[in-house]
Write a protein that binds this ligand. Structure first.
Ligand code: AGP
Length: 600
């Protein structure tokens, strides 16, 4: 799930690439590299983040109006300068960047090595450059090429090379003395931005919003060639095709930090608005989907990470509000349930990025069995937004911080909306969410932040913290633990309150901090679980509307019934943020993670 960016046009490419890569950094920040084409092919790359390398390697001085850039999230090969992209052929005349995984790279590398190719990295991606070189050494005479495409031998060679790849890939390729970029995508995201000053390529739209909002969303298998004269699209058979140009609604400011120190804090603070926007849906579509749930034979929610927690919360809400059973399955485990999918099965695929490979693979498996798919995503034009039978957009605006915050609460609100729609009463949900505005606003305000900052100071030295809850508070505990884990690197784990006595209680000793999520629905039982913790010396931190003698510390949040998963998650997002700041960690780009996980 690297970030790739390309530009060809009238401007100097290197400066544009540096900005684009900075905007893409949430997709991976292990290493950075740029290749530009002027009178020669020039490559500069290294391990580290764009801000450092831009200065250390003087990236912005690189010449040429054509260039490609990459920010890496390492899958194959350690985080080294050699393994950073762009990768080249033996003669260093061709440069490529890649996002995805080449599943047959080893067999291709072995074949090419036997033919005398010399490899300089441990990555899967480097084979692409050598494959193009190999095709070109065929003197460009490629059999069976569609006559309608009168492109250069380089283009033909790229096309034939890409055809040999198995796996997922978005690739950009350039060649010395050819002022053009050749690109292809299969299962990895790649979009094209069109402007008077040139053509942009990127892993998603946000990185080139400052130059254009005119975007082409590529289909799987699309092959693109862009030069200063314009851009050409072709499909699998190399025949030229037309692709629609869409205009992005997001504006640049939404994709910027504004006055906030970090995107995480900005996105947390946006929630009073974003949860309202999650309710702005075409109710005819919502009702149609509710009808599909009622008539379906087997309903599944599939997702990963925070989206999975929103789905789990949704399953409790569907049961509680609408007496409707749904199966919630981790997308990466969905293959174990494929056996009884039929055309009557309904699958909800939930993913903020809309590009999570595990979710897309599960969707394609469901579609192969004739099941219908409802996509819930935040990114219009994403693969998931185009592969479902029905689409609900979350309207949260761009989420740049690797951690999901505003998109998690928007997903939960959409689950409440759907559950209410199953009862033919989406108005009650919209009313409840409206009433939440000030409560959410206050939870993200300075006073709450100061209280949580003090708690973070006291907890920052801990190696372990635990979260317990029952019902909707259990799913909230899971999400809270994920936020703390992701951004502070403290081992945080959540348990259903009733499970404590069945093992996890052994983890509790003198001073162990345990968050207890309480609501009117299950106060007695969860408070007795808190007493079990206290009896072993644990420090009980209550998250509830009213104080309780068992609490050593108390985070006051209003009790909002079915919307508690929204209201109780927010102070935990703020706490996780403050823990990261306390520990001098980057809340927006936690180690080893990336915003959208486009590899399986
Ligand atoms: C959450 O903070 C993480 N970023 C991660 O768990 C995320 O929720 C997961 O990768 C799913 O992403 P998606 O919603 O874009 O599919």
């Amino acid at each position: 799930m690297c970030g790739i960016f390309g530009y060809v046009g009238s401007e100097k490419a290197s400066a544009i690439l540096c900005k684009g890569l900075k905007n893409l950094e949430y997709r991976g920040y292990d290493s950075v590299g740029i290749a530009t084409v002027s009178s020669r092919l020039e490559i500069r790359k290294g391990a580290g983040k764009i801000d450092d390398l831009k200065v250390r390697l003087n990236l912005e001085e690189m010449e040429g109006n054509v260039g490609i850039g990459h920010t890496r999230w390492a899958t194959h090969g350690a985080v080294t300068a050699e393994n950073s992209h762009p990768h080249t052929d033996c003669e260093e005349k061709i440069a490529i960047i890649h996002n995805g995984i080449i599943e047959n790279f080893y067999e291709l590398k072995t074949k090419l090595t036997e033919q005398g190719h010399r490899f300089s990295s441990d990555t899967d991606s480097e084979v692409i450059a050598h494959l193009i070189e190999d095709q070109l050494s065929n003197n460009g005479t490629i059999p069976g090429i569609a006559s309608s495409w009168n492109g250069s031998s380089f283009e033909h060679a790229c096309f034939e090379a890409f055809k040999q790849l198995r796996g997922s890939y978005a690739v950009l390729a350039v060649r010395e003395c050819e002022e053009k970029i050749v690109a292809m995508r299969k299962d990895s995201p790649l979009v094209v931005g069109l402007s008077e000053d040139g053509t942009f390529f990127a892993s998603d739209v946000a990185p080139f919003l400052e130059w254009t909002k005119d975007v082409v969303y590529l289909e799987n298998g699309d092959f693109v060639v862009a030069d200063r004269g314009g851009v050409k699209f072709s499909s699998q058979d190399f025949g030229e095709v037309a692709r629609p140009v869409c205009t992005v609604e997001w504006d640049l400011e939404e994709a910027k930090k504004g006055n906030f120190e970090h995107f995480m804090l900005k996105e947390i603070a946006e929630q009073a608005e974003t949860i309202q926007r999650a309710c702005v849906q075409d109710m005819a579509v919502v009702d149609r989907i509710a009808g599909m749930v009622r008539s379906g034979f087997g309903v599944f929610f599939i997702a990963c990470g925070s989206s999975y927690h929103a789905c789990l919360t949704g399953s409790y809400l569907f049961s509680k509000i609408a007496n409707q059973h749904v199966n919630v399955v981790l997308a990466s485990e969905f293959e174990n349930y494929e056996h009884f999918l039929t055309e009557n099965t309904l699958v909800f695929a939930v993913s903020q990025s809309g590009e999570t490979a595990d979710v897309l693979e599960a969707v394609r498996a469901a579609k192969r069995r004739g099941s219908r798919v409802v996509s819930i995503t935040n990114v219009i034009g994403s693969s998931l937004s185009r592969e479902g039978d029905e689409l609900l957009l979350m309207n949260s605006g761009p989420e740049i911080c690797v951690l999901s915050t505003k998109t998690y609460t928007s997903q939960v609100v959409m689950m409440v909306l759907l559950a209410c729609a199953l009862n033919g009463d989406h108005e009650s949900c919209i009313r409840k969410v409206k009433d939440l505005y000030m409560d959410v606003y206050n939870l993200t305000a300075r006073s709450m932040r100061d209280r949580l900052k003090a708690l973070a100071r006291d907890l920052a030295g801990n190696d372990h913290v635990y979260m317990i809850g029952r019902g909707l508070q259990y799913t909230t505990a899971l999400e809270a633990a994920l936020k703390v884990k992701e951004v502070s690197y403290i081992h945080a784990e959540a348990f259903a309150g009733g499970e404590l006595k069945h093992g996890p209680l052994a983890l509790i000793e003198e001073g162990t901090p345990v968050f207890v999520f309480v609501s009117r629905d299950n106060e007695d039982r969860i408070v007795s679980n808190a007493q079990e913790v206290k009896a072993r010396g644990g420090i009980v931190i209550g998250v509830s509307d009213w104080n309780n003698p068992v609490f050593d510390r108390w985070i006051k949040v209003p009790d909002c019934g079915d919307l508690n998963p929204v209201i109780q998650a927010i102070p935990m997002q703020v706490l996780a943020y403050e823990l990261a700041v306390q520990k001098k960690l980057d809340p927006d780009k936690p180690r080893n993670l990336a915003k959208s996980v486009t590899v399986l």
